[in-house]
Ligand binder design. Structure first.
Ligand SMILES: [Zn+2]
Ligand SMILES: [Zn+2]
Length: 112
C-alpha cells in the first residue's frame, strides 16, 4: 500500500530525495520512497534489509528467468506489474548462507 503523508522524509531507498510517499514494507513498518525509486519498483523487485538497511534491487525479468522453483516463479509473475518494495529480516551481506532459504520462504509473503 502506498500512502502519502504531509510530512517529508528522506527516501529510505536512495537516501537522497525527500518525499511524502510512504509504503508498508513489512507489517507495521513503513518506509519513505521517492518518485524515482517508486518508478524503479515497476521494473525491479526491491528488497530492503531491516537489519542493516541495505537496499537490494533486482530486475524483475532476471529474477523470474532465474527462478527454478515453479511456485515461486508463478508468485513473481503475478507481481510483475506491481510496485513491490519488501522488507526482509536479513540480506546476503548479513547472512550469506541463510539468504537463499530466506528468499524462498518469502514467497508466502509475495502474494499480492
Ligand atoms: Zn529514492
Ligand atoms: Zn542486511
Amino acid at each position: 500500500m502506498v500512502d502519502i503523508n504531509n510530512k517529508q522524509e528522506k527516501c529510505s531507498l536512495c537516501r537522497q530525495e525527500y518525499t511524502s510517499i510512504n509504503t508498508e514494507v513489512t507489517p507495521g513498518v513503513k518506509i519513505y520512497v521517492c518518485k524515482t525509486c517508486l518508478e524503479s519498483a515497476k521494473h525491479n523487485f526491491i528488497w530492503i534489509c531491516m537489519n542493516c538497511g541495505k537496499v537490494h534491487v533486482r530486475p524483475k525479468k532476471l529474477v523470474i528467468e532465474r527462478t527454478n522453483n515453479f511456485e515461486l516463479k508463478r508468485a513473481y509473475m503475478l507481481c510483475q506489474d506491481m510496485q513491490i518494495i519488501q522488507g526482509i529480516d536479513m540480506c546476503i551481506e548479513c547472512d550469506p548462507e541463510g539468504i537463499l532459504n530466506y528468499m524462498q520462504a518469502q514467497k508466502a509473503g509475495m502474494e499480492c
